[in-house]
Design a binder for this molecule. Structure first.
Ligand SMILES: Cc1cc2nc3c(=O)[nH]c(=O)nc-3n(C[C@H](O)[C@H](O)[C@H](O)COP(=O)(O)OP(=O)(O)OC[C@H]3O[C@@H](n4cnc5c(N)ncnc54)[C@H](O)[C@@H]3O)c2cc1C
Length: 407
């Protein structure tokens, strides 16, 4: 293996390889020379986003009939690895847009697809995905934002938190309760498509307070939003009124696409950490030799490379399963859990190899160290992934056992 994946080994054809290579080139030419400044200023990476948009990244997974490139999730995942080798925040900027685009293609009515997908394919319209509320993100069925039917409209009240791209988005897929009394709770939850003007802090009943300042993962807007008597048309339920109460299932389907993205953020970030460690270990001397000649350091590098390869393979495997169209909760959960924990370990090892030099403010490895924990949280924490994997495992085991007895 090499730190840089050989794309043909993943079965990519020439067109798919070109997509990923374009992202790799944008990262080398535009992102890596500027990322430390963007991070330090918490600056939106307009130049990089424009270049990625021109390369078609916002329409990557959108079908050709809507003006997108219609590529498969393996190509998408490998493109995200490349983007996040430059900066994890780029993966976040693309992620919610892709989740919503895939949900529209899977569940949207023909009118919803026609209304949104062509503009999403060009990147003119960007989308956000909002489930979390201030009181919690793991127990999603406990959300309290509600939509009440008032004639030909829904009236929405509540509060959302941690909306990635929340300020820049012109469309948000929002999880809310349309029947707060329903049992089980998941049956009372719907996914609403809410339009707004990008970059406006106030729109109808939507108010965005100043953006959340973070430990790392800078540049991307993370928004809180209060919603007071905000009115949307009756047809705003994803999939139409027949899909009322289907929101929980739709969002969980969508979040699996997000888990592929987050897993590949881990792979890209860890790969960059390994590159920095390899470079430094070839420069720094101790005890009369380069660090890379010391076996203890070489073992660390070997472990880091092996873990990255393992995380990438698991994620590509999950992408292939998800590409089949159904649920892939266990596979995407395993990929997300593994790749994000590995990212944390690899970045810390790279920091140790840099030792004091890595601890100087402004060092790239220091930024990776601040960015890495974000992916342990977003799209469900490691504990929640283990819960999902455990539930899926036991469900599959019980079905297998039942089949043995029933034949
Ligand atoms: C930078 C950033 C961007 C984000 N972007 C988005 C976004 O675009 N859209 C969106 O909807 N959300 C987003 N989120 C929110 C994210 O999905 C949630 O933060 C995450 O799901 C965890 O929720 P929480 O932070 O409320 O933790 P909590 O749910 O309060 O959990 C706290 C702790 O308890 C643990 N825990 C909870 N329940 C259990 C259990 N049953 N068993 C074991 N352990 C448990 C958790 O693992 C965690 O360690 C973002 C978060 C961050 C930090």
């Amino acid at each position: 293996m090499t730190p840089t994946p050989v794309l043909e080994q993943f079965g990519l054809d020439a067109a798919q390889t070109a997509v990923v290579t374009d992202v790799r080139n944008i990262v080398n030419d535009i992102v890596l020379p500027n990322v430390q400044r963007w991070d330090a200023n918490d600056e939106y990476p307009t130049e990089a986003v424009d270049a990625l948009s021109a390369a078609g990244l916002f329409g990557l997974v959108i079908g050709k009939e809507w003006g997108g490139q219609g590529v498969d999730l393996t190509t998408y995942a490998l493109a995200i690895e490349e983007a996040c080798r430059g900066w994890m925040s780029l993966g976040g900027i693309i992620n919610t847009h892709v989740i919503v685009a895939k949900m529209l293609q899977q569940f949207g009515t023909p009118e919803q697809q026609e209304r949104y997908l062509p503009r999403m394919a060009t990147g003119e319209l960007r989308a956000a995905f909002s489930m979390t509320e201030p009181q919690g993100g793991s127990d999603l069925q406990a959300i309290t934002t509600t939509a009440r039917r008032e004639g030909a409209e829904w009236s929405i009240n509540g509060e959302k938190m941690w909306i990635a791209n929340g300020l820049r988005a012109g469309l948000m897929a929002v999880l809310l309760k349309t029947d707060p009394e329903a049992q089980p709770r998941s049956r009372g939850v719907s996914c609403m498509l809410i339009e707004k003007t990008p970059m406006e802090y106030s729109f109808g009943g939507l108010e965005i307070p100043p953006l959340i300042k973070k430990l790392g993962y800078n540049g991307i807007d993370s928004a809180r939003m209060t919603i007071k008597d905000h009115k949307v048309p009756a047809e705003s339920i994803l999939g139409g009124t027949d899909a009322l109460g289907h929101g929980f299932r739709q969002m969980l389907w969508g979040v699996e696409i997000g888990r592929l993205n987050v897993a590949m953020r881990g792979v890209g970030t860890a790969r960059r950490a390994l590159e920095l460690a390899l470079t430094y270990a070839g420069e720094r001397e101790a005890f009369g030799q380069k660090l890379r000649e010391i076996q203890a350091i070489r073992f660390k590098l070997a472990d880091m490379a092996t873990k990255i390869e393992y995380a990438r393979l698991l994620t590509v495997h999950a992408a292939r399963i998800k590409q089949l169209g159904g649920r892939a909760d266990v596979e995407t959960g395993m990929a997300k859990l593994t790749a994000t924990e590995i990212c944390q370990e690899v970045v810390l090892e790279a920091l140790r190899i840099h030792a004091a030099v890595g601890y100087i403010a402004g060092a790239e490895i220091g930024r990776l160290y601040r960015d890495a924990p974000m992916i342990l949280i977003g799209e469900g924490t490691s504990e929640i992934q283990k819960m999902l994997i455990g539930n899926g495992l036991l469900g599959r085991w019980d079905r297998e056992e039942e089949l043995k007895t029933t034949g």
